[in-house]
Design a protein around this ligand. Structure first.
Ligand code: PLP
Ligand code: COI
Length: 347
């Protein structure tokens, strides 16, 4: 018996303007199998279920890495991928950390395009605000029981149309500092591995139960500096107009964050810094936000840490610099604003 998955609704039944961030079983996904030291049996499948050995390392020892990126429907009907090479490279780094075989960049990007084209009818229309979210993942499989890297692996990419990850979209929402850590100082925080997210489920639930969008993790050594949000990086705009974002070995190197650092400096002439953001110095900031593929740019209204509640720009209005960065980034992604060289690839 296999667990069954309901099929996605027909594209014409989808409310593109109110998608949220939910799984949908689209018609096609990509699969590739690593056996005898090479990728084999590559291609699309309609089977949403993955059947693996009970001894698979992904089940017991968390030998799993994943990625997240999006396909964007442009005004002229074409489809953009945003910096897919950066996701390929980050997945290769995550694979090094968990001792897994790498998916070459060319294979990664070609597979993304196959999935996007096969599920083309599910790419939200231009102007709806929706995008096609792509979820590549790689798992260790096969009969194992000792704590060793697997001999065999499955790489897959599935997709689903999505809207806002945080329900506010460009309206600020509130976040809370977690007492827990998602990753150790020199642990796996900089890798996109499932275990980091397993560790974030409980703190995330506490934050949601208390009415916050998500928690913000502090540095795992002293709990004095901001690290990142459970599903996005953190950035702040100082009162003198500098774009600042934390530097730490235990945060995920966000493609969106690096893109914003570049745009702030090269398009808006802002000073930028990757450094320490101490929670007792939040008064230096005029605006703050969470940035990531799913989060895009989500303004942070209020931030609760201990008994303090700090409001950055406003709990109800997005700040002007955050909005400017949002417009530039999403303009590039949807093909309305000229992209820096190599950032956008047609699917
Ligand atoms: N930090 C965490 C923990 C994430 O899960 C993500 C999402 O991928 C990010 C940051 C943002 O990274 P990116 O901008 O590459 O999507
Ligand atoms: C992404 O932004 O792509 C992520 O992976 C975040 C998330 C949904 C965990």
């Amino acid at each position: 018996m296999t667990m069954s998955e309901p099929k996605a609704p027909q594209p014409k039944e989808i409310d593109w303007n109110n998608l949220g961030f939910n799984y949908m079983n689209l018609p096609y996904r990509y699969r590739a199998y690593w056996r005898d030291g090479e990728w084999q049996d590559t291609g699309l499948t309609e089977d949403a279920n993955v059947t693996i050995s009970e001894g698979s390392t992904c089940l017991h020892y968390g030998q799993e890495v994943f990625e997240g990126l999006k396909a964007y429907r442009c005004k002229d009907g074409s489809v953009n991928l945003f910096r897919p090479d950066q996701n390929a490279k980050r997945m290769q780094k995550s694979c090094e950390r968990l001792m897994m075989p790498k998916v070459p960049t060319d294979m990664f990007i070609a597979a993304l395009k196959e999935v996007v084209r096969a599920n083309e009818a599910y790419i939200p229309p231009y102007g709806s605000g929706g995008t096609l979210y792509l979820r590549p993942y790689l798992i260790g499989v096969g009969g194992n029981i000792g704590v060793h890297p697997a001999q065999e692996y499955i790489f897959s990419i599935f997709a689903m149309p999505v809207g806002n990850y945080f329900k506010g979209g460009l309206t600020p929402t509130n976040f809370v500092a977690s007492e827990y850590d998602r990753a150790a100082h020199k642990g796996t925080g900089a890798s996109k591995v499932g275990g980091n997210y397993a560790a974030s489920l409980f703190p995330g639930q506490i934050a949601h139960d208390d009415g916050f969008s998500d928690c913000i993790y502090l540095d795992p050594i002293e709990h004095k500096k901001i690290e990142e949000v459970g599903s996005a990086n953190f950035f702040g705009i100082t009162k003198d107009g500098k774009f600042v974002t934390p530097k730490s070995p235990s945060i995920l190197p966000s493609v969106t964050k690096y893109s914003l650092l570049y745009l702030a400096e090269h398009r808006f002439g802002m000073k930028t810094e990757q450094g320490d953001i101490y929670i007792d110095q939040l008064d230096h900031f005029a605006e703050a936000g969470a940035c990531g593929t799913a989060a895009v740019i989500s303004p942070i209204g209020g931030f609760k840490y201990g008994d303090n509640f700090h409001v950055f720009y406003s709990e109800t209005e997005v700040g002007p610099v955050t909005r400017k960065l949002y417009d530039e980034l999403t303009g590039i992604q949807f093909g309305d604003v000229e992209a820096p060289e190599g950032w956008v690839e047609k699917a």
